[in-house]
Design a protein around this ligand. Sequence first.
Ligand code: SF4
Length: 223
Amino acid sequence: MQKFHIGGITPFTSIDFPEKLSCVFYFQGCVFRCPYCHNAEFQEKKEAKYSFSEVADFLKERVGLLDAVVFSGGEPLLFVNELSELASFAKKKGFLVGLHTTGYSPEKLRKLIDEKLVDWVGIDLKSHKDFYPEASGVKKNFFPETIESIKLLKEQNVDFEVRTTVYKDIADKNSIENILSVYEKLGVNPVFQVYSENGKRDTEILAFLNNFLKQSPSSFKIR
Ligand code: SF4
C-alpha cells in the first residue's frame, strides 16, 4: 500500500492560510537546512508512514468544519506526486488548498498550478542573491529558482505571499536594503517575519526592524 511522507499534522489553525480555518500537513524532508529553522524535525527525509485512507479519513471528518488544507514541511514540492494526489482529494472534498514552499523548483510548482491544485502559496525568500546559500544552509544557490517561482505565481494569477524570516545574520541595514530591492524588482509587497524561538519573537530583531521601518522610504509588513 502506498504511504505518504507526512511527518505531522496540525488539525486546526487560523494562521496558515489567510483568513481561513485550515489544517496543516507537514511533509517529512526538506531541500534546505536554514540555520534558524523553525521546523527542524521535518528536515530529514524519513520513511513514509501515512496511508492514503488515514489522510482521507482525517479530511472527510473535517468537511464543513475547515475551509482549507495547507501542505507545509519540510518542503512539500520534494514529494510532488504525493502532494498532487492529496491536494486533488482535498479539492474534491471542497477544501481550498494552500502550499508553504521554498520555491526551489518552479517546474514542480508549475505542475500543481497547471493541475489547478493550489489556491494560495506562501513562498520564502530566504535572502538576497549573494547570501542565499548561507541563509538556506545548502551550497547550491537557489535564488534564481525562487525568483522564477515567484514570477510564475504572478503570471498565473495565483494568490501568494512572499516572506523573509529575519534572523541574526541578516538583521542589518545592508542586508535588509538588498532584500527590499529584490522585492521591489519583483513588484511584491515585502513581509518580514521576526525570528522566533519557542513561539517568542526575538526582541532585538523586532526593535531593529521597527526602527528601520521608521527611517525607511520603503514600507513592509513585520510579523
Ligand atoms: S525551508 Fe523551512 S523547513 Fe526547510 S530548513 Fe528552511 S526553515 Fe526548515
